[in-house]
Design a protein around this ligand. Sequence first.
Ligand code: SF4
Length: 260
Amino acid sequence: MSTIIYPSPIFGPVKSRRLGISLGINLLPGDGKVCTFDCIYCECGFNKDFRTKSAFPTREEVAEKLEAKLKEMKAANELPDVLTFAGNGEPTQNPYFPEVIDDTIRLRNAYCSNAKVSVLSNSTFIHRPKVYEALMKVDNNILKLDTISDDYIDKVDRPVLPSYSAKKIIEGMKAFKGNLIIQTLFMKGTSQDGIDVDNVKEAFIAPWLETVKEIAPRGVMIYTIARETPDPNLQKATKDELDAIRDRVIAMGIPCSASY
Ligand code: SF4
């Protein structure tokens, strides 16, 4: 299978399905993957296959490389629509994450004031006060909630920390008081370990919708597998299935986009 390990700390720009022309900021080491989840659908591969020996990029390194890239893009008259924190794992794991957010907002204001700052996070550290405060500052605080079932999350998202609980994450999401976008991946099939991974079933959709309503985010992004996955048996949700879910979110009064 082909996996993607992104350069660090800056990669792209890339054309994102969900975000437009996106300049990537990868706060993980560039020689592997470090994540608090080990999703069976992760485009970076399984954690065990991409161990890294390098340190996280520092605050200074990120600011320096980001500024250099923005200068280059400005000179070429190709400024980004969005500066996106993503890459080889969970960005909030980087110990300098709050300071990097401050630097990034400063550089965005200086070089491309129309660009949005987006963070794609799996939500595991949203209870940390400094992470929470930093996420409150960004334009698009995009937090993962694939389902509200701990059993499904244990088998599919596979949290590395034993303390993970969907209930606690949901409470943490409510604390953003609407200043978040929920991201949810829908898929189908049976994993190579024989696990039914279909979260498009009504048994998953109905409680997820109820929880989305309670969290009251300012938006929802739903999507499905787009590239090869480390578990080769997974199947995409169909366009009709995603559209039907999207329409139910919109019917609750919450903007929702679907990417296929
Ligand atoms: S949370 Fe994202 S980076 Fe981490 S394992 Fe899942 S898909 Fe990969």
